[in-house]
Design a protein around this ligand. Sequence first.
Ligand code: COA
Length: 171
Amino acid sequence: MNNLKIHKFNEPLPENVDSAVRDLLCECFPSDREVFSHTRYWHGSAPVYSLVYREHNRVAGYVGIVVRKIKVDNVFVTIAGIQSLAVSGKLRGKGVGRQLMIEAINEAVKRDIYYGLLFCVPELERFYASLGWIKTSEKVMMADARNITMFKELAEEKFPNGDIDLQGRDW
Ligand SMILES: CC(C)(COP(=O)(O)OP(=O)(O)OC[C@H]1O[C@@H](n2cnc3c(N)ncnc32)[C@H](O)[C@@H]1OP(=O)(O)O)[C@@H](O)C(=O)NCCC(=O)NCCS
């Protein structure tokens, strides 16, 4: 599927969209339903902008972008953090997730953000790697160590080497 009509929102989302996105997140992350039935803000981190894909009048795809100043080897860098990429069950495997990621990163580039950062289960490494994301082998200081951490360079600048301090909880 190409040229999907994806809507971009600055936060906060309109209440009806927020509620529809939370329904999608409850579907896609059933073990975190308790959180997502109340808020999209994983670990309290609010996205700065979000992308929403609607089909048949419901929200079928979503990703939020958290902008955070993190510390890498004691140097502050601003990153676009991928939060809660989600595509409704029946629509998966058709390129919606890929398109959401591409447009989310294009928007980060427009906002002069040089790097992306995300956390995911190891099973998704291949999917993100196909979009140019790289698994870091650096130490990442965060509360939840189940996930791997991947970064993406969005401009010419190299992502710095060294321990990564998220300056807060993961998103
Ligand atoms: C991950 C997710 C957003 C992908 O959305 P999608 O619209 O199906 O993605 P696309 O169609 O663009 O691409 C699908 C690719 O991801 C891979 N993929 C998706 N889920 C996967 C999983 N759990 N394990 C391994 N690979 C997976 C598919 O195999 C496919 O790879 P291919 O292009 O080589 O065939 C969707 O599966 C989803 O919502 N999952 C549940 C929530 C989740 O885990 N989100 C990610 C949080 S980090």
